[in-house]
Structure formats: C-alpha cells, structure tokens
Design a protein around this ligand. Sequence first.
Ligand code: ADP
Ligand code: MG
Length: 247
Amino acid sequence: MIQLDNLTKSYASKRVLGPIDLSIESAKTTVLIGPSGCGKSTLLRLILGLITQDSGEVRIDGCVLSEKTAVSLRRKAGYVIQDGGLFPHLTAYQNITLMARHLSFPEADIKDRVNFLTRLTNFSSDLLYHFPVQLSGGQKQRVGLMRALMLDPDILLLDEPLGALDPLIRYDLQTDLKDVFERLGKTVILVTHDMGEASFFGDTIILLDCGRVIQKGTTDDFVRHPMNDFVIQFLRAQRTISDERLP
Ligand code: ADP
Ligand code: MG
C-alpha cells in the first residue's frame, strides 16, 4: 500500500531522516515507535506530502507522490495529530465536516456520515455543537478521529493521538480505537513512544532511532530477537506492572 524507497530528509544540512526503505501493508496497523526526535512525525509528514524529501520516493498504491499527485493522494489519507489540531472557533460538527462542506457534499450525506461516525467513535451527539474548549482531551481526540475519517480515506495516520491523555481516558480510547481499526479495515500508521501501546495496536512495529529503521517486526520478534543493544535498552526502559500481580 505504502512504499518508501531510499527516502531522506535534512534540515539545515542536518540529516534527520533516512535513508529509509519500507513497505507498509494495507489493511493492517503499523506502529512507528522511537525516542523523541528520532523522526517519527517527519516520516508521517513525508507520507502525507506535507513536506518534501531530499531524495527517494514515496509510493501510495503504486502512485508516486509528487507535486502533481499530492492533492489527490492526500484525499486518500486521514491525519490525526497529538493535540487534535481542531479549529478553536468551529464547533465539533463544523470541524468534522469542514472538508466535506468545502467539497460541496450533499448536506443529507454529511449528516448520515456524522451519525455513523459518532456511533463508531462512541461520541455523544449532544457534544457536536460544542467548541473544542468545551470538550475534554479524550472527546477532542474523538472529534479529531471523526474529522480524519469523514471522507472515508483508505489510510489513517495518527501522530501520538493518545500522548496527552490521562491513563484511564487513554485506556478507554485505546480500546475504542483498536475496535475502529478492526471494523474499518483501513491501512493505519500510528505513532507512539510507548511500547505497551505499540504492542496493543501493532500488527507490525517499526522502531526508529536517529532517523533510521532499527528493527521491524511483531512484539514477539522484538522480545525474542532484539536486533541490538539499543532495542534491549528501549524495551527495558518501558517499565510496567505485570498483569499477574494484579487482582
Ligand atoms: P519525533 O516525531 O520522532 O519526535 P520529529 O520527526 O518531529 O521527531 O523530528 C526529527 C528531527 O528533525 C528533530 O531533531 C527535530 O528537531 C528536527 N525537525 C523536525 N522538523 C523540523 C523543522 N521544520 N525544521 C528544523 N528541524 C526540524
Ligand atoms: Mg513527533
């Protein structure tokens, strides 16, 4: 579905990403994980065509991402960012439907789709007429998710969508998100820096460090066959209380 070939990106002649070669499977969830500053968001932005690589190629469904194809390819992808990125002066409903209204979709279709999405994301429809400031962090992320899904994209890219939430809200939203991914069967790329979250969501996990892919595999591959000391350190740094100790 998504193919990256020899992709590199620098800022002020400092290489922040690549060279990266990757293929991302369709209808599966791929998790990008790695320390802060390792290039996770840069990689998502390159796939979305929001920034341009210095060399290499992004192909989506076999079509090379370029200035000419960027607009049509971007329509295939929904994007959710950490703080939701909602427009503060628009209600939840207006945020969700902005693009569909811009494209002059029929009002009745828009309403039907919002209805479907509120049920899908467990969002109370009373809150659709609230502004972002009147919503909790978890509710804002549900609105961000509905906005990303509004045009029914094939690909869903989520950049640390749960990073700013407290643990209980995060737990609920993780469960709901996973359910959404499974029901819709979209190609999902989710960024996190939490290995527990990566393992919960990821059919495939890709660990990055300093702009390079260090290891790609399942949770089991990481635990049984860590590629090098960095992987071991990264796994060790994720402290958790094991389930067996909980009542
Ligand atoms: P991550 O999402 O993994 O935390 P980023 O992809 O945001 O990392 O950033 C990777 C590196 O690129 C960081 O060192 C960051 O400072 C740098 N970087 C990202 N965007 C820019 C930019 N627009 N200008 C200059 N440096 C940038
Ligand atoms: Mg980031």
